[in-house]
Ligand binder design. Structure first.
Ligand code: KG4
Ligand code: ZN
Length: 355
């Protein structure tokens, strides 16, 4: 089956065409077009909803036609249209949803409504659908969400833990703002942290570090019972340390390193614990923060040493941040189960919950 996926929940206008053959266990991404607005929002230090909405309106049709062109098919071949219904910015979501509705009507295609977070989970099915064993435990970490999710063999999902305040990506973005580093924070903080890591590795080779004023930040809720997260205390701890330290601008790589280590320590501790308690047979990572090199590396190390023989799936870089291939793949699985809606019943839901 051929599926067109459409994603406009935040600041990326994205469309993708995939081909799924469930009998052969094969999913192929034929095109994955993303028009990013990062350069536009950078100067405001974050996503401005009104600006994002205007960009989506301008970009959505060219992006969809480009995705069909790159896939080398026309709309007649499509079996369905999958679209992000929510959660996200209402003014952004509406462009994707209303375009999907209009195209479904004009082309006479069924629609599949996709939860954006569920879409992120399916980014792991793109190349590895056959490897997944259930139950799977998935750590989903993005700018808007941080959750530990359990998926059973019928692909039914259950949230086992989530953030009580900021999302992990949001924690990166807010710290970058405090440190005057720009937007989006994830790639910038991890770049700075990497610089510091290289420096300490070099120093370790020369002599034992004599540094006594090491920056330490807390790891909120790391040992709490349950699987919920909280990152706002970490962010506040960073703010207080910066206020006390008039030389902080000279120590940016070290602050970034410790801040990133704190986030990763918490994410990994909870994921490993959840995988053990729920007897996961696969562990997956997804969402924009899963692009993070240090998180990928350290999680792989911990899964390997603490969860013997359990595979860890991590999406390819191009499927970590927002994209429509993951939406099309999630839609293919739902179409397979007959979960379609007509253009008349498609509804946007900016606060859509996972269920
Ligand atoms: O999934 P996504 O594109 O959008 C949402 O659904 O929110 O995630 C965007 C988030 C941003 O907060 C960004 O700072 C973070 O992902 N991010 C990263 C990295 N690349 C993007 N965080 C840490 N390390 C990265 N390399
Ligand atoms: Zn996302």
């Amino acid at each position: 089956m051929y599926i067109l996926g459409i994603e406009t929940s935040c600041d990326e206008t994205a469309a993708s065409v995939i081909y799924a053959d469930f009998k052969a266990g094969r999913i192929k991404v034929l095109s994955n077009v993303i028009s990013s607005q990062i350069e536009i929002h950078k100067k405001y230090g974050g996503v401005v909803p009104e600006v994002a909405a205007r960009e989506h309106v301008l970009n959505i049709l060219p992006v969809i036609y480009e995705s069909l062109n790159r896939a080398g098919i026309n709309q007649k071949k499509l079996d369905a249209i999958g679209v992000t219904k929510g959660p996200g910015l209402i003014t952004s979501l509406i462009t994707g949803v209303e375009t999907a509705r209009t195209l479904a009507y004009a082309w006479n295609k069924p629609i599949i409504e996709i939860n954006h977070i569920e879409g992120h989970i399916y980014s792991n099915f793109i190349d590895s659908a056959l490897i997944v064993r259930f139950p799977a435990v998935i750590l989903t970490v993005s700018g808007g969400h941080t959750a530990l999710i359990k998926m059973d063999k019928n692909k039914k999902i259950q949230i086992i833990g989530e953030t009580r305040d900021d999302a992990a990506g949001e924690a990166y973005d807010k710290a970058a703002k405090m440190l005057d580093l720009g937007y989006p924070g994830g790639p910038i903080i991890s770049y700075q942290a990497e610089k510091y890591k290289e420096r300490i590795n070099r120093e370790k080779k020369i002599k034992n570090s004599l540094k006594t004023d090491i920056i330490r930040l807390p790891r909120p809720m790391i040992n709490s019972s349950g699987f919920d997260f909280s990152f706002s205390g970490l962010k506040t701890a960073l703010l207080y340390q910066l206020q006390k330290d008039n030389k902080w601008r000279k120590k940016i790589p070290e602050y970034c390193y410790e801040y990133q280590q704190a986030i990763i320590d918490i994410l990994i501790a909870k994921t490993i614990k959840a995988a053990q308690i729920f007897r996961a047979r696969t562990v997956m990572l997804s969402g924009g923060v899963s692009a993070n090199k240090e998180l990928r590396l350290r999680l792989a190390g911990q899964v390997n040493s603490k969860l013997k023989m359990i595979p860890l799936l991590i999406p390819k870089q191009e499927y970590t941040t927002d994209n429509a291939a993951m939406i099309a793949v999630a839609a293919a699985y739902k179409l397979h189960k007959g979960k379609i809606v007509s253009f008349k019943h498609l509804r946007v839901d900016a606060s859509l919950q996972l269920k």
